[in-house]
Design a protein. Structure first.
Length: 503
């Protein structure tokens, strides 16, 4: 395919660039010499990505025809990498409407090709028997194929890569449970694929001939059961052989809660993954190789995909995670910055301390908060709050961090999301736990006197109704322990860090 402007460089639109696959696809397209435009509801979330200066970012939404049409202008290839999973009971309708709008706007803008990453579905199972997740992914693929724009639909089963939900589910189940009682789907045959192969097929699909308008099954060379996958993971990670006991009565719903208790993947995401594993998902063809040829050793074996993913985890080089995209249903209202905000009640808890350490030493502690480093106060209280959140369907405390030392806007951080970061000065987190209101936590590292620094911490809560007010007053007696202890211990950690020669 030649570009519209005759330069030979394709102009690509990527939707879902804040997500796991989209965030990895953008740099691959740039490396291949293409020009990239990203469509994002919140462009600020892409600000700190290493490739941000090389790609154009526009504000918009796939359900908004006007913003989508503007983003489609002069585009050769449009990548559809979004879905409304877990956004509520009407997510299938949302997906359907978004796919129709996407196809209509692509056709109207003269887009040469649509590329969509969907799910691998069993050929002999009627749509009505599929899980809502798989049924919706298949319907989106059909709508795009019928849009009048040549479309490539790539259908993948389990994607294995550092930070993917499927990989982290497999990893934590295997590492934490040497003996496990499991759902019957551990005996289902699956054809997993390495994320590197998925990205290769996505990039290569941009050059397909205009007459190609069809779906392709994509998978790795290994067909195995989920039990086999866990045992292979144990072998690659050098763990002891796992004892796995399938129990037929564990339904997808129950097993998703079981996965949610054992792994960082919440039940809202684990359920569609578990439901998708009820049926055998094995490729019927490998026609993609006619258009995107496999090189030596490609596609990667399951063992190789695991080794590459584990290496990235150990080297802290996980570029995107399953939690990269905002959690569905979580409000993203900006923090009211006016002290006399007229939008209603606004509760705050402010703590300040002078710190006998440099601002750099203090900032290192602030930016390193969460994950394995914890929250510097009353670990049991944070753990209990995380468990309570999981019990009501929230994300809980175990999402951890993408990178052990560095944060960027849009990163998930346990049950928070990085809303703003000014390196060396400010970290603002927005709560994604289930709350009767909106909550933020701000941490400032400011320059003090005589080479010292000043730490300022502010918790902000905007209650929703009477329940929100009751919530704030019920937990406020614990703020001295939780927030007061956090301020003290962050200051002490900065002093210790500087004394240890890390500042």
């Amino acid at each position: 395919m030649e570009s519209k402007d005759g330069s030979g460089r394709l102009r690509c639109l990527v939707t879902g660039a804040t997500g796991y696959i989209g965030g990895r696809l953008v740099p691959e397209l740039l490396e291949a010499g293409h020009r990239v435009r990203c469509l994002a509801r919140t462009p600020e979330k892409l600000r700190d990505h290493p490739w941000a200066g090389e790609a154009e970012v526009v504000k918009g939404d796939v359900t908004d025809a006007e913003s989508l049409g503007a983003a489609m202008r002069d585009i050769d290839v449009a990548y559809y990498l979004v879905h409304a999973l877990a956004s509520g009971p009407g997510f299938e309708r949302t997906d359907r409407d978004a796919a129709r709008v996407f196809g209509e706007q692509a056709r109207g803008a003269g887009v040469r090709r649509i590329v969509y990453l969907g799910g691998l579905t069993p050929a002999d199972v009627p749509d009505q028997e599929l899980s809502p997740h798989l049924r919706s992914r298949a319907e989106v693929g059909r709508l795009l194929l019928d849009s009048g724009v040549p479309t490539t639909v790539l259908r993948a089963a389990v994607i294995i890569g550092s930070g993917s939900a499927s990989f982290e589910m497999l990893r934590y189940l295997t590492e934490r449970l040497p003996v496990m009682v499991t759902p019957s789907w551990v005996s289902t045959r699956i054809q997993p694929i390495a994320v590197r192969d998925v990205l290769r097929y996505l990039v290569g699909s941009a050059h397909m001939p205009a007459e190609v308008n069809r779906g392709f099954d994509i998978g790795g060379p290994d067909i195995m059961t989920y039990r086999d996958m866990m045992q292979k993971y144990a072998a690659v990670a050098r763990l002891r052989h796992r004892l796995i006991l399938p129990v037929p009565m564990l339904s997808p719903g129950l097993s998703s809660h079981w996965v949610g208790l054992v792994t960082p993947v919440p039940a809202s995401i684990a359920r569609p993954l578990a439901e998708s594993l009820r049926f055998e998902v094995v490729c019927d063809e490998h026609d993609i190789a006619h258009y995107v040829p496999d090189g030596p050793g490609q596609p990667f074996s399951f063992a190789t995909a695991l080794s590459l993913a584990l290496q990235r985890v150990r080297e802290a080089r996980v570029t995107t995670r399953w939690s990269s995209a905002s959690t569905p249903g979580i409000p993203s209202d900006p923090l009211p910055t006016d002290p006399d905000w007229a939008g209603g009640s606004l509760y705050t808890d402010v703590r300040e301390r002078d710190v006998d350490a440099s601002p750099d030493a203090l900032w290192r502690v602030v930016e390193g908060i969460g994950g394995d480093n914890g929250w510097y106060s009353f670990p049991l209280a944070w753990a209990v709050r995380g468990w309570m959140d999981r019990l009501v369907g929230g994300v809980g405390l175990r999402r951890g961090r993408r990178d052990a030392q560095r944060l960027r806007v849009g990163d998930s951080l346990d049950f928070w999301r990085v809303e703003e970061i000014e390196p060396g000065r400010l970290l603002r987190l927005r709560a994604e736990m289930r709350l009767p209101g909106l909550a933020w936590l701000e941490m400032y590292a400011e320059k003090g006197e005589d080479g010292r620094s000043h730490y300022r911490q502010r918790a902000v809560f905007h209650p929703a109704g009477l329940l929100g007010h009751a919530y704030w007053w019920s937990v406020s007696p614990f703020h001295a322990v939780v927030f007061g202890g956090m301020a003290r211990n962050i200051a002490r950690a900065a002093v210790r860090g500087q004394a240890g020669g890390t500042a």
